[in-house]
Design a protein around this ligand. Sequence first.
Ligand SMILES: [Zn+2]
Length: 197
Amino acid sequence: MGAFDYPASPHQRRHGPQGYASVLSYRPWLRDEFTFRCVYCLIREQWGRVTGEFDVEHFRPQVSRPELGVTYDNLLYACHSCNLLKGAKELPDPSQVLTVETVRVNPDGSVEGRSPDARRLIAVLGLDSNSYRRWRSVWMRNVELAEEYDQEHFRRLMGFPDDLPSLDQSPPANTRPEGVQQSWYAKRQRAELPDSY
Ligand SMILES: [Zn+2]
């Protein structure tokens, strides 16, 4: 599993909380849903300070679709810089169009879109800019060196955060209640959590 491997297939939501008044109440669900990574650039919570670095992103922008402001299926987990660049633009859904098939990540840190939607997202978000290439190549090397020389450090970089959200606080409604048992927290309780992902 590489540092920048996009998901194997389009994302199918496991969770369906509904009815929270505040968008922030959905945050723990989104962290779990999208495995503690930005859906656009794949930066991981474990690579930074977390606080202030990740946002709840409105896929259909609030300016044009205010009625979807607290609708879970319209929310994504994104880093602050991708969220800023995405802004109020109408773009393809990254959770559906960025997959291992449609995004080729090269050893020099550059990325190539292999579908029109993936190419559009890469272009609009600048995911193949020089600074992103450099950032990606630095992290690919960090992970490679850690894997070779320091397994504990590798697990810190590529493993799960300690504060897995328990998701046991019942939301007002949940269209996919079975997802709670599939959460990373529940997997850790059952000793099924992988060392890295
Ligand atoms: Zn990002």
